[in-house]
Design a protein around this ligand. Structure first.
Ligand code: PEP
Length: 245
């Protein structure tokens, strides 16, 4: 399976900047040996999807509500994302877990809603610096996997240590190898053979200069990229570092 290189634009970019970034990514997206995905702010998903239609770059949301529709002021549903051209959605990002109080149970419901709408979920897990310092990283990630993934699960997992997000601190290749091997074991324990086929992305200060080393680690099925996805050249350089299928 090809590696997936996903860009999380977070809350960055006005309309014209989002369009320019999408065009820049599309311009270098031909002939890569990986899958490419960009996740703009919800307001820009439709316009970016129009720009990227017919290119190898897929579009995703950064969150969705667990219901299909209803009285949920300010939210968007997975069905709405799908309707405007998104085929992926990031769920349970640590910024949503921390800033919006999202629990594993809620993330599981959102994941189910995404799958029901035909939108592939990327479910994020990862420990905080304190949890790692206390030697609890695998326990925390194990609980997050058990609580956030519905059965069956048709999606992707992203391991994003919270202390590595937006900090410039990258997990070492040894940390990534150990955690990805643990996640693979947990996925197989939860889903049997199907757990072998679930891609596990690494996320946390991935950039062009460290991408090749991180993407070469066993059980790393791609990267979830924040800051470095806001520059088309840097994002494409990460994509070129992906392992060929
Ligand atoms: C992210 O927010 O998913 C992320 C990995 O951010 P950054 O690459 O900026 O650390």
């Amino acid at each position: 399976m090809p590696q997936l290189i996903a860009g999380n634009w977070k809350m960055h970019g006005l309309k014209a900047e989002a369009a320019a970034l999408a065009q820049g990514v599309a311009a270098g997206a031909q002939g890569l040996g990986c899958e490419l995905l960009v996740c703009p702010p919800a307001l820009h998903v439709a316009a970016v999807a129009e720009i990227l239609a017919g290119t190898p770059v897929a579009v995703g949301g950064q969150d969705c509500h667990q219901a299909e529709q209803g009285a949920h002021t300010g939210d968007v549903s997975a069905k709405m994302l799908r309707d405007v051209g998104a085929s992926w959605v990031i769920l349970g990002h640590s910024e949503r877990r921390q800033n919006h109080g999202e629990t594993d149970e809620l993330i599981r419901e959102k994941t189910q809603a995404a799958m029901a709408a035909g939108v592939t979920p990327i479910v994020c897990v990862g420990e905080t610096a304190e949890q790692r310092a206390g030697g609890q990283e695998t326990e925390v990630v194990g609980w997050q996997l058990a609580g956030s993934l519905p059965k069956p699960f048709d999606g992707v997992v992203a391991y994003e240590p919270v202390w590595a997000i937006g900090t410039g601190k990258t997990a070492t290749e040894a940390d990534v190898a150990q955690m990805h091997a643990f996640i693979r074991e947990e996925l197989v324990r939860q889903f049997g053979d199907a757990g072998m086929g679930i891609r596990i992305l690494y996320g946390g200060s991935v950039k062009a200069s460290n991408a090749a080393a991180l993407l070469a680690v066993p059980h790393v099925g791609g990267a979830l990229v924040g800051g470095a996805s806001l520059k088309a050249d840097e994002f494409l350089a990460i994509a070129r570092a992906a392992k060929p299928d």
